[in-house]
Design a protein around this ligand. Structure first.
Ligand SMILES: Nc1nc2c(ncn2[C@@H]2O[C@H](COP(=O)(O)OP(=O)(O)OP(=O)(O)O)[C@@H](O)[C@H]2O)c(=O)[nH]1
Ligand SMILES: [Zn+2]
Length: 197
């Protein structure tokens, strides 16, 4: 687990960055910038101090034994290679074992917790799937994430329309699992279906 953010040190680093970029950090437009940037980083990385799997501590009993899917959970994250944002949507589905389910909002909180760290999209997708596997031991769980990486759109290859899709399946939603195709078909997304893996 990473340490909590040291706001004062981030402010100093931003002041140094501005100087290194040939700017004058004391000019009126920039005077408050280090403070603002430090607060922005604190917000963007607020998932690193806590363990997001704790969001799944409250488990309910239900009589549901088929897929539960929450689609289009919005997220913002930060790419660990360039420190630039990537953002998009996550779709999560699982098949409860013995009727064990979690509150639907907790799926979005789980995504939020892991997203607000320095991330790679693949790692993020797998962490969410593993957290659900650990907390619920479901018959199957699948996570699909679609994102635009600004490190690929505003710089470098400058592919504004490129969309990165990652999938992590466990149990019956893993490749070859009996619910993999159902899960992907129910996402209702033209970019993602069972035929294109
Ligand atoms: N697999 C993966 N790669 C990522 C992610 N975010 C950014 N990247 C890639 O990380 C790579 C870093 O490549 P480098 O060659 O070290 O860095 P670079 O010279 O800035 O690369 P370019 O972006 O190609 O200009 C780039 O190809 C990025 O597109 C991610 O979530 N997953
Ligand atoms: Zn990047």
């Amino acid at each position: 687990m990473s340490e909590a953010i040291d706001l004062k040190s981030v402010e100093q680093a931003v002041t140094d960055l501005l100087k290194a970029l040939g700017e004058d950090p004391t000019r009126p437009g920039l005077v408050d910038t280090p403070k603002r940037v430090a607060k922005a980083w604190q917000e963007m990385l607020n998932g690193q101090a806590a363990e997001p799997v704790q969001q799944l501590e409250t488990v309910f009993e239900s009589h549901h034994s088929d897929l539960v899917i929450v689609r289009d959970i919005g997220f913002e994250s930060v790419c660990e290679h360039h420190l630039l944002p990537f953002k998009g949507v996550a779709h999560i589905g699982y098949i409860p074992r013995d009727g064990k389910v979690v509150g639907l909002s907790k799926l979005a909180r789980l995504v939020d917790g892991y997203a607000h760290r320095l991330q790679l999209q693949e790692k993020l997708t797998n962490q969410i799937a593993d957290a659900l596997q650990e907390a619920l031991d479901p018959i199957g769980v699948g996570v699909v994430m679609e994102a635009e990486h600004t490190c690929m759109s505003v710089r470098g290859v400058r592919q504004r329309l490129a969309d990165t899709v990652t999938i992590a399946g466990r149990g019956e939603c893993a490749p070859g699992g009996s619910h993999r195709a159902d899960f992907l078909a129910l996402l209702g997304n033209p970019h993602v279906d069972g035929d294109h893996e």
